[in-house]
Design a binder for this molecule. Sequence first.
Ligand code: ATP
Ligand code: MG
Length: 162
Amino acid sequence: VEIDLVKFCSELTEEMQLSDRNQHRINFIICSNCFGVSASSVRAYMDEKLLRHIFSNLLSNAIKYSPSDSAVQFRLTCENDYAISQIQDAGIGIPPQDQKLLFDPFHRAENVGNIPGTGLGLTIVKNSCSIHGGSISVDSEVGKGTTFTVILPLNYQSKIHE
Ligand code: ATP
Ligand code: MG
């Protein structure tokens, strides 16, 4: 289906902000020069269900693994028919030895302490990205924060129906 990716992401950001009892500042940032003059909407053929799996899990992790008064950045840009999104937090970070294993079911990093979780969110995210023809990567430093980068084609559905 055709969706407006900017609208989808900003509504999801608002939804996450409202449900966040710890009051992080969740900022949705569109890299407007990548979209030309109008960055207020981006038409894309994408699967909303998969997008929701991906971004709600990444945003809830960013919220869960960072201090309650810190900011979470959700950035969106487009390049060559791909949407590039980044979810960045200033949280606990992920030890290097855990970074390769994060997407395996039930794997949790050694520094989670008593923060609750089952270790399944990122497995769902990774699978959703690959079903959607995209990819995900992580960049993180313990004690500094974490950035997940997701690259997804803007024309997923149209490819399927061709
Ligand atoms: P749930 O299944 O409820 O999402 P979870 O959050 O533990 O549980 P994942 O979302 O799959 O599971 O994440 C796997 C692990 O990766 C986490 O347990 C945590 O160690 C680490 N992790 C994920 N996101 C972050 C983040 N933004 N900052 C720090 N660590 C993270
Ligand atoms: Mg999670």
